[in-house]
Design a protein around this ligand. Structure first.
Ligand code: PAP
Length: 347
């Protein structure tokens, strides 16, 4: 099997669903990583993915029936997913749910309840059954942390109609966000993973691509490449740019989703109302985001921490940062993509 156009060699960790072999059979033979909390990871299709999610990925391939109106929100973990879910939900549903309204769903429930991850939803639903999203009305908003090359072709084929919005973040900030999230949620750890790992150890693993959905830069590069090839179907956003110009990002999102803001909406302040509704300060105040835990035992409040660019400098040394920058630069050389374009290190 040859490497794909996006550079992922599927021989690296097996092809699994892509080769028609059952995941349950394949899984024990895939390379295993247990040093990186919170989950045991398996190398599959060139990516380190949580072992428990892989059957969900298989189910997405086997049972998920995409519709041309579907929109998939994609990201490497801890890159702005929660924010993107809130923004896309608020933009797409603003006719039914005015952003300033007291009854808006984002004032009563969390962004992760409004837009669900399809691979983990299928994994948690278990075997059997059909398409768990079949009853959801169109247009559907769904989310994924899966790499582009592992999405079903029924989603990625040019004729599918499905649109994808990807949010990317500076790898150092994504690493720090993940590290602090994991340490805050230590009770959600899988028992088979070491709990005492130091930040230095986990950082070394991140630099080697050994983290949930890693290598991070490869994940980003695949979606970026596709956004260059099919800009009408794949929108590539940068977390740092969204922080700098949230209103511009909301307008881009609306245009891409086929529902640009009308003059009357602009005049009525709809864009700013969505920016405010989805701001980290507002989401943090929502009771549903303050208490309780997700199905995986993750404290809901831990999805809302600092929400800034460049916070890595408060947690890792300049030497560590330079090491990761060098790894990333090396891996991206010649690709045309650079994290520096976002100005990721400025607050
Ligand atoms: P996930 O992959 O588990 O879904 P994700 O939402 O991608 O997590 O990332 C969480 C980061 O987004 C956190 O960053 P930090 O740790 O560096 O602070 C979180 O604070 C940030 N975040 C969450 N909501 C928002 C928001 N509304 N605006 C900006 N940043 C946000």
């Amino acid at each position: 099997m040859a490497p794909t156009t996006t550079g992922v060699d599927r021989r690296d960790g097996g092809g699994g669903v892509l080769d028609g072999m059952a995941m349950a059979e394949l899984l024990p033979s895939l390379p295993l990583e247990t040093r990186c909390p919170p989950f045991p990871l398996r190398l599959y299709g060139g990516y380190w993915l949580p072992e428990w999610v892989l059957p969900g990925l298989e189910a997405v391939h086997a049972r998920f029936d995409p519709r041309p109106s579907d929109v998939l929100l994609a990201s490497f973990p801890k890159s702005g997913t929660t924010w993107l879910k809130a923004l896309a939900f608020a933009v797409a549903n603003r006719a039914d749910h005015p952003p300033s309204g007291d009854a808006h769903p984002l004032r009563r429930s969390g962004p992760h309840d409004c837009v669900r991850f399809f691979e983990s939803s299928f994994a948690l639903a278990g075997e059997g059954g059909g398409d768990i999203f079949a009853a959801s009305p169109s247009p559907r908003l769904l989310a994924t942390h899966m790499p582009y090359s592992l999405l079903p072709e029924r989603i990625t084929a040019s004729g599918s109609g499905c649109r994808i919005v990807y949010v990317c973040r500076d790898p150092k900030d994504a690493f720090i966000s993940a590290w602090l999230f994991t340490t805050k949620n230590s009770t959600a750890h899988d028992r088979s993973v070491q709990k005492s790992a130091s930040i230095e150890e986990v950082f070394d693993l991140f630099c080697a691509g050994r983290c949930v959905a890693g290598p991070q830069w490869q994940h980003v590069l695949e979606y970026w490449s596709e956004s260059q090839r099919r800009p009408e179907k794949v929108l590539f956003l940068r977390y740092e740019e969204m922080l700098r110009e949230p209103a511009r990002s909301v307008r881009r999102l609306a245009e891409f989703l086929g529902c640009p803001f009308a003059e009357e909406e602009e005049a009525a302040g709809a864009v700013d109302a969505i920016v405010e509704l989805c701001s980290i300060g507002q989401l943090r105040r929502v009771p549903a985001n303050k208490t309780g835990a997700t199905e995986l035992g993750i404290n809901k409040e831990s999805f809302f921490r600092k929400g800034a660019a460049g916070d890595w400098s408060n947690h890792i040394s300049l030497e560590m940062a330079a090491r990761l920058d060098a790894v990333v630069e090396d891996a991206l050389r010649g690709s045309g993509f650079s994290f520096a374009a976002a100005g990721g290190d400025s607050e």
